[in-house]
Structure formats: structure tokens, C-alpha cells
Design a protein around this ligand. Structure first.
Ligand code: MRU
Length: 381
């Protein structure tokens, strides 16, 4: 079995390539949890649409999809101009998750020195490596996360089950397989650790209610859906042992951009002495940004706030308006949680404090060297 989530008994990755390199298939996440449908992407505009309109979403899956999108674009036209145009079109789809830029830069760097005839094939192979590495990385991250959870379980009286709160969807559906924040949870559940997940609904698009609840349910992990405002209350009552969330981009100092509302959970966790962990794949670290305030925050359509989607009484997909027709809405999709509110970052290389030094200690090969001290000319004695 490849992944933790079987759909109708079949193990799936969230993206899978046609063997001839002409297209990939994805799960249309806008239809979940009500309908499981797959879509084939065979041309650059379809890839850009799938990312922009969130048929695929979640930082690692956005990156893998964009990498395949660049490869498919090169199959149609391998020229330098087409490479530049496709790279720009994909980069413009969603601004916050840095895995997108990381993945398409990596494919471009691989193919640029290749003769035109070899480019599509080389890009396709590189996209495949990006997808496979995501799976291996999530598994390693999950093992490190599990090692943090096991001692918390041992402190629980009478083997009481562990209650984890999560926000948005940083699970199987946000990655190629397994998930980031949910990886330790799946591993714990698979190994018989008694675990229960509080799932934030995650307005406005409700990735918690529609995606996290669905995939945990498919795998049989006990969970309870709560409104976004319930987390602080649960923490005050001692009903949350740890919070684990994902990340869309992390600055070099450990500040984390994640789905809007994450910051408020971190504040509540600090007030209530609840450990707050962030699952961070290496490609989600933006070494070019010194601090989180520089991370671009996506502003999405206000309609996601004024309206809500679901099924009507006849089980037909429906959108209903919540706010008065004249009401203006704002829709920042992410917020920044300062590193000081984060207990630890979970990575595939282990755990570390959410600080510049913490990240450098785990990623010495990737972290830029510290800026040089200003040069002071030596004065003659
Ligand atoms: O807008 P989305 O659904 O792409 O946002 C996803 C999140 O914020 C996730 O928590 C984050 O990408 C981590 S995914 C491993």
C-alpha cells in the first residue's frame, strides 16, 4: 500500500502520471467530501487552472503539480521562450506556498542546459523525482513527529488517548502522499497509539471540514469537527495535548505562514501551555526571506467569505449567501505565526526550535551563510 488513505479500497497518491509523459491525473478536491472525481491535466492552462482554482492545493502538492505542468508545457514546445512563459504562468497561480517556486525553479534548472529534444523527457523525470521525494520526506517527518508524541502519551493517566488539534488540511490531500502535519497522526494510529484529532473547520473554504475530516474518516482515525473558534476553549479545558499544523512558507528565522487562523491557535496554545508544532518539509523553507513579515499573503475572492458551499436538502451541490448583499468582505488566506510561539518545527531531518539557528542546525547545507560582519579597516598601530 502506498498511502494511508484508500478510496473505495484502492490506495491512491493524490497525483499520478500517464506512463507516456503526456498528462497527469489529480483528484478534484473542490468536489470533496461529497464526490470523488479525478481530472486529467494535459496542457499548461489546465495545470494553471487546477492550482489557481484549488482543485489541487496544499503547498507540497501545488509544487509537484506545477513541476508536472512545466514538463507537459515543454512537451508541446521545448523552446527557451516557452520555458519562460510556462514558468511565469505557473508562478502566478498562487503566491504564498513557496514549494511552487522551488519546484518549477528546480525543473527549469535541470532542463535549461539540455538540448531542446531532451527537455520534455528530462522535465518529466525531474517532476517524478519531486513527487517521490515528497513521499519519502513526509514519511521521515512523520517518524520524527511520532517520536515527539510518544512521550506525551506516556504521561497520560490510564493510557488516555492523545488529543491533537489541527487546522486546515496538511494531510494526504495536501501532499503527494501521507501528509505533513497528519503524517505523525497516521503513523501513531497505524501503530496502535490511541489518538483522536480535533479538526478545525477552517473557514472560509473549510479544508478542515471537507478534506481533513474526509481523509481521516477514510483511514478510520477518530476525529471530531469543531468550529474555528472552539480551539481556545478546548485548550483551556485541558482537552488538547498538542497542536500540529502545516506550513505554506517558513522564513529563515522560523516564522511560519499557514492557513488563516493558525496564529490565533498558536496564541491560545501559548496561553494554555499546549505544545504547538509545525510540520515543515525542506522545500517549504524560504531561505531568501529573513522574517515572516516579508511573506506574500494571498488575498482571495471575498465571495469565499460571503458565501458557503455544500449540499442542499436534496443532496445537490449548492452555494448559499451568508452575508447581506451590500456587505464588503476581505479574504486574506494565510497568516504569519511568529517563531516564538512555536514549540518546535517537525522536519524530515528531525525537530528544531523555530529560530534561525534551529533551522541552520538541521539544514547547514541549504541555509545561506550568516551575513558578513561589516569590514573594519585595520588601523596602523
Ligand atoms: O489554501 P490551501 O488549502 O492550499 O492551504 C493549505 C494550508 O494552509 C496547509 O495547512 C499548508 O499548505 C500545509 S500543507 C502540507
Amino acid at each position: 500500500m502506498l498511502g494511508p488513505v484508500n478510496v473505495a479500497g484502492i490506495p491512491y497518491r493524490t497525483i499520478w502520471p500517464d506512463p507516456d509523459g503526456s498528462a497527469v491525473s489529480i483528484i478534484d478536491q473542490t468536489l470533496l467530501p461529497h464526490r470523488f472525481a479525478t481530472v486529467r491535466l494535459a496542457a499548461l492552462p489546465a495545470f494553471a487552472h487546477a492550482i489557481r482554482e484549488m482543485l489541487v492545493r496544499g503547498a507540497p502538492l501545488i509544487g509537484a503539480t506545477a513541476a508536472y505542468g512545466l514538463a507537459v508545457a515543454l512537451r508541446h514546445d521545448p523552446s527557451d521562450t516557452a520555458l519562460g512563459t510556462a514558468h511565469a504562468a505557473l508562478l502566478a497561480t498562487r503566491p504564498t506556498a513557496v514549494n511552487l517556486r522551488w519546484a518549477i525553479d528546480r525543473v527549469r534548472t535541470t532542463v535549461a542546459p539540455q538540448p531542446l529534444l531532451r527537455r520534455a523527457e528530462a522535465a518529466w523525470a525531474e517532476a517524478g523525482r519531486i513527487a517521490d521525494e515528497d513521499v519519502a520526506r513526509n514519511r521521515a517527518l512523520g517518524e520524527h513527529g511520532l517520536a515527539l508524541l510518544e512521550p506525551i502519551v506516556r504521561t497520560r493517566a490510564h493510557g488516555r488517548r492523545l488529543h491533537i488539534l489541527t487546522h486546515c488540511n496538511a494531510g494526504w490531500l495536501a501532499t503527494v502522499d501521507l501528509g505533513t502535519a497528519l503524517a505523525p497522526i497516521y503513523l501513531a494510529h497505524n501503530r496502535g497509539l490511541p489518538i483522536h484529532v480535533w479538526v478545525d473547520e477552517t473557514r472560509p473554504r473549510n479544508q478542515g471540514a471537507s478534506l481533513t475530516a474526509w481523509e481521516l474518516g477514510q483511514h478510520g482515525v477518530p476525529h471530531t469537527l469543531v468550529s474555528d473558534n472552539a480551539g481556545g476553549h478546548l485548550m483551556q479545558r485541558g482537552q488538547v495535548d498538542a497542536v500540529i499544523v502545516g506550513a505554506d512558507r517558513i522564513a529563515a528565522n522560523g516564522d511560519v505562514a499557514n492557513k488563516i487562523g493558525t496564529y490565533l491557535k498558536a496564541l491560545a496554545a501559548r496561553d494554555c501551555d499546549v505544545p504547538f508544532f509545525v510540520a515543515v518539509p525542506g522545500p517549504t523553507i524560504d531561505w531568501t526571506l529573513a522574517e515572516g513579515s516579508r511573506i506574500p499573503v494571498e488575498e482571495r475572492n471575498p465571495r469565499e467569505v460571503t458565501h458557503i458551499n455544500g449540499l442542499d436538502a436534496q443532496d445537490r451541490p449548492a452555494e448559499v449567501r451568508l452575508a447581506p448583499t451590500s456587505t464588503q468582505a476581505a479574504n486574506p488566506a494565510f497568516d504569519i505565526t511568529p517563531g516564538r510561539l512555536i514549540t518546535a518545527l517537525l522536519t524530515a531531518r528531525g525537530t528544531c526550535p523555530a529560530t534561525t539557528n534551529g533551522l541552520r542546525s538541521l539544514f547547514p547545507d541549504l541555509a545561506p551563510l550568516p551575513p558578513l560582519a561589516p569590514h573594519t579597516p585595520e588601523l596602523p598601530p
